[in-house]
Design a protein around this ligand. Structure first.
Ligand SMILES: *[C@@H]1O[C@H](CO)[C@@H](O)[C@H](O)[C@H]1NC(C)=O
Ligand SMILES: *[C@@H]1O[C@H](CO)[C@@H](O)[C@H](O)[C@H]1NC(C)=O
Ligand SMILES: *[C@@H]1O[C@H](CO)[C@@H](O)[C@H](O)[C@H]1NC(C)=O
Ligand SMILES: *[C@@H]1O[C@H](CO)[C@@H](O)[C@H](O)[C@H]1NC(C)=O
Ligand SMILES: *[C@@H]1O[C@H](CO)[C@@H](O)[C@H](O)[C@H]1NC(C)=O
Ligand SMILES: *[C@@H]1O[C@H](CO)[C@@H](O)[C@H](O)[C@H]1NC(C)=O
Ligand SMILES: *[C@@H]1O[C@H](CO)[C@@H](O)[C@H](O)[C@H]1NC(C)=O
Ligand SMILES: *[C@@H]1O[C@H](CO)[C@@H](O)[C@H](O)[C@H]1NC(C)=O
Ligand SMILES: *[C@@H]1O[C@H](CO)[C@@H](O)[C@H](O)[C@H]1NC(C)=O
Length: 895
């Protein structure tokens, strides 16, 4: 649930079963005493559909786009036999319309813009629906009504018992008309957090008066409907005495202290991702004596008074993740012996795990990841014999785990102990008592041998043994077919040998391989990339970077049509980049850097239209910069062609990349001048981070190599904040275009080692975010613009070996950059930090207050920052980065 926890990685999602929903469907119709014929099989031919209703349905169908032909059965006279339709057995009226989109691509999380073709889509919902006068059940969830409002005419469907519009792309104010649905028992216009689908609603309700009229409601989900403008949400809820389940997750609510609660039948209450008026738990929670499920995640709660939980003895599932609770709260919760599931990940638990944890005889799910728990794991925890899921990753737990710890955990299916200070020491003949499906053992010391006990684990779907100290070959029994793998992460070990036997999938046809990710970077694998890899057709994420792989990229890699991320960097691969890679139309990140690829780029690469990051740096590619990069790859945010043999000019076509935030063409053989149209890189005009969202995945290794202050940095986290242009080490001529001074988000500008002439643009001081400015080894002349001293973030400056002249400006940040080498090799420069003082009358300019564009003087506040020196900007980036990261994990649930 809280994706910073390693097992909360999007790949470790539970799959939702459709069974409960089916039961609900039947229950509603039966409970409303409707004899219904549902499916074609159940349909007996003594009723036919009512013609006006058939017409209404056809109009509805015609108003929808149905790419995947889900409504193909909607033909012929008998609409009661159409998919999704149920009719009354006697009257023949349509009583249920279920168009929920149950088909979901495996891993849309990696690309939210990915269109789920199974959606029914429409910018219009036909009002003909009102002709279904007897309809009681309407489910349009998980489709794409791309931004229309919830139609008011739904308020005319007076018989409705069940209305589900969740995750269907509706926007705007929820119509009051829904308040007319007096019989409604289930209303869901929220966000289904268990479905990681890209479309959700964007609804608000500033006046929730309509809810009060739904007095039959038993289930209400408004999750993620913006209720921040609504008054009295709870006063209204208080008027729903039959309510059993209330979901108000992420509604931007401030949950008040209530003096009186009426909704005491409530058995499920979800209030995660809101705020409480007071950070302590409201006492009224205690009056909900039937409460079984309570979700209070990510609410900034922090309670030192623990009476509340002691009295909530009916609780079964408790989610307190993402708050500020400490270990004493956990102790008090240990009183609730009925609990079967407890989530306290991402809190402030510290010290040892309390031994009282053993007081939960029924506990099946325990999540304590991402806290500051230390010490060894108490022996009582290993007595929780019903545990099915144990997540204690990302703490500071210590100790050696061995066979006897796990001896009683026979039911265990999911285990995450990653990112602690643990080691696992078991005999090579250990046969675990459990069959694990998810194994999270990243950074647990397991090696040096490849763990033999995995051989007996036959249900593994997801395995993470990154950085586990394994120096071994992968044994032949551990092939990708030996389990139903969905994902394997073994990065950062010293795994050796060829990938062949591991990936050998000769009999792939006999078994459905559903591998989504294979992450083997930073190991010692040798040999070539096996062609069998191409049989893992469902792969979305493949990382073989930083190994010793050689040979050519197999042509068949182009068959992996679902690939989103392909990392093959830092190996010894050679030959031309195969044109077949152009078939990977879903690719978002392509990293082939630090190999020995040569020849030209295949033109087919222009089909990689979704590419956001292209890194071909440090190869031997000899080509001009193809026009299609600018013309076709219009989503590009990161482009690295550094250290190859790219030649010819930098064409204006490149300027068609508005999202570009890193352009690295350094160390090639490029000639001509710097295009003035660089001003079109609008992402660099902004100081806000870009939209790149793939750098925060726990197992996504560094994708961006960039030079900063002359040092190569690897960015993994917060890549989206980097803005940089590097054209160093080419044969560029002409002046530095003034237009570049408009790219005020730039942190790095490196134009060194070219033949640039003319003056340094005098408004260079506009680039307030610059940390690195390197213009050295060109033929720049004239004075150094005094505005340079107003770039307070500057921590690396090199203007050496040009033809600059006149006094060196001083003041502000420049005072800290006082190494003479910054300016050396410019015969005409004078003044500090150089040794030659300026001729009389030409003394170095102490800068007066610098005026910004708006004419404000900056000195009031900027001097304050300047005092922090170069370190400040780095620190600031760090803080911003962390906040942003927090924000993204917190809201990952809702985004
Ligand atoms: C339809 O069949 C049901 C039982 O299957 C029966 O009760 C009903 O009378 C039939 N209706 C007509 C119109 O024949
Ligand atoms: C939903 O539909 C709109 C309009 O047709 C489209 O722009 C958008 O990409 C669709 N969203 C998804 C996730 O399919
Ligand atoms: C409802 O059905 C009637 C009769 O078939 C038709 O005239 C009317 O246009 C329909 N209403 C809508 C909104 O489709
Ligand atoms: C509504 O639909 C969503 C998505 O299909 C589902 O997850 C949710 O449980 C449904 N809500 C109700 C109240 O049935
Ligand atoms: C409690 O519910 C009843 C109806 O069930 C209603 O009359 C009463 O006003 C409610 N109390 C409050 C404080 O809202
Ligand atoms: C909770 O219940 C107690 C005892 O029944 C009652 O006195 C109190 O007013 C109730 N509190 C709320 C907030 O409803
Ligand atoms: C609840 O906690 C208190 C204080 O820790 C303890 O005295 C009491 O025995 C506990 N009750 C149960 C039922 O565990
Ligand atoms: C565990 O953490 C607590 C509180 O943070 C600290 O006081 C204690 O020294 C730590 N113990 C160990 C063994 O590191
Ligand atoms: C730069 O942007 C402007 C305005 O958006 C556009 O007219 C122009 O064609 C662009 N230049 C290039 C070379 O793409």
């Amino acid at each position: 649930m809280y994706p910073r926890n390693p097992m909360g990685h999007p790949y470790f999602l539970d799959t939702t079963s459709s069974l409960p929903f089916l039961l609900l469907f039947i229950t509603i119709l039966v409970a409303s005493q409707i004899p219904f014929g549902c499916t074609r099989q159940a349909h007996s031919s003594n009723f036919t559909c009512i013609d006006s209703e058939r017409q209404a349905l056809l109009r509805l169908r015609d108003s929808l786009t149905d790419e995947s032909n889900r409504l193909s059965s909607w033909i012929g006279e008998d609409c009661c036999s159409w998919d999704g339709i149920s009719c009354h057995k006697i009257t023949g009226h349509v009583v249920a319309l279920d168009l929920r989109n149950t088909v979901q691509p495996a891993l849309q999380i990696f690309d939210p813009s990915y269109h789920s073709t199974s959606c029914l889509a429409g910018q219009y919902l036909s009002p003909s629906l009102v002709n279904l006068t007897n309809i009681r059940y309407l489910d349009l969830s998980l489709n794409n009504f791309s931004g229309i409002r919830i139609p008011t005419f739904l308020g005319l469907l007076k018989d409705l018992r069940y209305l589900n519009l969740s995750d269907a792309g509706f926007v705007g104010e929820v119509p009051q008309h829904l308040g007319n649905l007096a019989h409604l028992r289930y209303l869901d216009i929220g966000f289904a957090s268990s479905n990681y689908i890209p479309i959700d609603n964007n609804l608000t309700s500033n006046d929730v008066g309509w809810v009060a009229k739904l007095s039959s409601l038993e289930t209400l989900s408004l999750s993620r409907v913006d209720l921040s403008g609504a008054q009295d949400v709870f006063r209204v809820i208080n008027m729903l005495p039959l309510l059993k389940a209330l979901d108000l997750e992420g509604c931007r609510l401030v949950v008040p202290h209530l003096l009186y609660v009426n909704f005491t039948s409530l058995s499920s209450l979800k209030l995660s991702f809101n705020q409480f008026l007071n950070p302590t738990l409201p006492p009224w929670l205690r009056n909900l004596t039937r409460l079984q499920d309570l979700g209070l995640g990510a609410n900034n709660l922090d309670d030192k008074v623990h009476d509340t939980f002691r009295q909530m003895t009916s609780l079964v599932n408790l989610d307190l993740g993402g708050n500020h609770f400490d270990t004493s709260t956990l102790r008090s919760i240990c009183n609730i012996s009925s609990l079967t599931s407890l989530d306290m990940s991402d809190n402030e638990l510290q010290g040892s795990i309390p031994s009282e944890i053993g007081q939960f005889p029924q506990l099946t799910v325990l999540k304590l990841s991402n806290n500051r728990l230390n010490d060894t794991i108490p022996s009582s925890l290993w007595q929780l014999t019903k545990l099915q899921a144990l997540y204690i990753g990302a703490n500071a737990l210590t100790g050696v785990l061995s066979e006897h710890h796990f001896a009683k955990l026979k039911e265990l299916k999911r285990l995450d102990i990653s990112l602690n200070l643990l080691s696992l020491h078991v005999s090579s003949s250990w046969v675990p008592p459990f069959q694990l499906q998810h194994i999270g053992m990243g950074s647990v010391k397991i090696g040096p041998r490849f763990p033999n006990w995995l051989r007996k684990q036959k249900e593994i779907e997801k395995l993470n043994m990154a950085n586990a100290g394994i120096s071994d070959a992968i044994p032949s029994w551990f092939g990708v077919l030996s389990n139903d793998f969905r994902g394997i992460i073994l990065s950062g070990n010293k795994l050796e040998g060829s990938l062949n036997s591991f990936i050998s999938v000769a009999d792939v046809d006999k078994k459905v391989v559903q591998m989504l990710y294979l992450v083997l970077n930073h190991n010692h694998f040798t040999g070539s990339i096996p062609e069998d890899l191409c049989k893992l057709k469902t792969l979305e994420y493949l990382d073989l970077s930083n190994n010793h792989l050689s040979g050519r990229i197999p042509l068949c890699l182009g068959n992996l049509r679902n690939l989103r991320i392909l990392h093959l960097g830092s190996n010894s691969l050679y030959g031309q980049i195969p044109g077949s890679l152009g078939n990977l139309g879903e690719l978002i990140i392509l990293q082939l850097s630090k190999n020995r690829f040569d020849g030209k780029l295949p033109p087919s690469m222009q089909n990689l239209k979704r590419l956001q990051s292209l890194d071909l740096g440090e190869n031997r590619i000899a080509d001009t910069i193809p026009a299609w990069i600018g013309e076709r790859l219009s989503d590009l945010e990161f482009l690295t062609l550094q250290s190859n043999n790219f030649h010819g000019g930098i064409s204006n076509t490149l300027c068609q990349l508005p999202y570009l935030q890193v352009l690295n063409l350094a160390h090639n053989d490029l000639s001509g001048s710097i295009p003035h149209c660089f001003k079109n890189f609008t992402a660099m005009e902004s100081t806000e981070p870009g939209t790149f969202q793939y750098s925060n995945y726990t197992y996504h290794d560094p994708v961006l190599h960039n030079f900063k202050a002359g040092i190569e940095l690897e960015y993994s986290k917060n890549m989206e904040s980097v803005k940089s242009i590097s054209l160093s080490g080419n044969n560029l001529v002409g002046e530095i275009p003034d237009e570049i001074m408009g790219l005020v988000g730039l942190q790095t500008l490196n134009l060194s080692k070219n033949h640039l002439n003319g003056r340094i643009p005098k408004n260079i001081g506009n680039l307030k975010q610059l940390e690195t400015l390197d213009l050295s080894m060109n033929e720049l002349s004239g004075e150094i613009p005094p505005s340079l001293s107003s770039i307070y973030s500057l921590s690396f400056l090199n203007l050496s070996y040009n033809k600059l002249s006149g006094p060196i400006p001083s003041g502000n940040q420049l005072q800290t950059l006082n190494d003479p080498s910054t300016y050396e090799g410019n015969i005409g420069l004078c003044g500090k930090p150089l040794l030659n003082s300026c001729p009389a009358g030409e003394s170095p300019k102490e800068n007066g207050p610098v005026l910004d564009d708006k004419g404000h003087t900056e000195s009031d506040f900027s001097w304050f920052y300047a005092g922090f020196g170069p370190g400040f900007s780095v620190g600031a980036v760090g803080v911003v980065g962390i906040l942003q990261f927090k924000q993204s994990w917190r809201y990952a649930l809702f985004k």
